[in-house]
Design a protein around this ligand. Structure first.
Ligand code: 5GP
Length: 116
């Protein structure tokens, strides 16, 4: 599988499409998910071009994972969620719909179903 530079997150990274940005640095863009699974569902989108985890450069992963942790900590504090899921899908059969590597930070609230 190859990387398609016309994917929607590439367009957001290029500034060709808007997003609700919460953070940006040299490594990644952090934005709110347009179809949140729960209040505060946030996406960390590395700037390095890879389709998913399977083709990512290990050095790029090393650079982005501390940011994933910091975003998880910040989302947990901001939402006061009871827990968090950090998720990442690889290829369509596994649920991937946007083919640019990204990490979901999904707050979990006790007694509230995802997607509710
Ligand atoms: P995947 O299933 O590929 O891991 O997740 C893609 C995620 O991107 C989904 O949660 C979906 O709601 C989100 N998404 C799709 N299009 C857009 C968009 O244009 N902007 C933002 N912020 N999120 C998007």
């Amino acid at each position: 599988m190859t990387y398609d530079p016309t994917n929607i997150f590439a367009k957001i990274l290029n500034g060709d499409l808007p997003c609700h940005k919460v953070h940006e640095d040299d490594i990644a863009l952090v934005m709110m998910d347009i179809f949140p699974q729960s209040k505060g569902h946030t996406l960390v989108v590395p700037k390095a071009a890879s389709r998913n985890l399977l083709d990512a450069n290990p050095a790029d992963l090393s650079a982005v994972m501390p940011l994933v942790q910091r975003v998880a900590q910040a989302v947990k504090a901001a939402t006061r969620a009871d827990g968090l899921r950090v998720m990442q899908f690889n290829e369509a059969p596994a649920g991937q719909t946007v083919f640019h590597l990204h990490f979901h930070i999904i707050p979990i609230y006790e007694g509230v179903a995802l997607g509710a």
